[in-house]
Design a protein around this ligand. Sequence first.
Ligand code: RB5
Length: 144
Amino acid sequence: MHVYLGSDHGGFKLKEALKKWLEGTEYKFTDLGCFSEESVDYPSVAREVCEKVLEEPSSRGLLVCGTGIGMSMVANKFPGIRAALCTNEVMAQMAREHNDAQIICMGGRISTDEVGVKMLEVFLKTNFSGEERHKRRIEMMMGK
Ligand code: RB5
């Protein structure tokens, strides 16, 4: 499974911490920026990650801005994307089990590195439950 990473300046430090954790795992990843704490516009970064995830359905995305709110708002405007803004492990787990989210969003000014790592770990290892009711709700959500 490939993981595409993106952040703005507000999420840069947390993205770097998560990248360091990923380096010690089997996951392959690509960092699509940003690459410093210089101010950047989060919609551009979100677009890059969403396009990669849509091109490669088995992949996952991570988007981090100051709060995670802007990144999640932008990502969910891309047809086919389900992006979940998470602040704890349970949300990250449910985002996969119930919502089959492909992208996890976090806030660099909200979550510690430790919580961020736990959320990313559970998000990447958790499968969609495949239960009928969740499938039906996702289809309704996606306008099918
Ligand atoms: C940038 O200062 C900040 O607005 C951004 O990182 C994010 O929190 C937006 O939702």
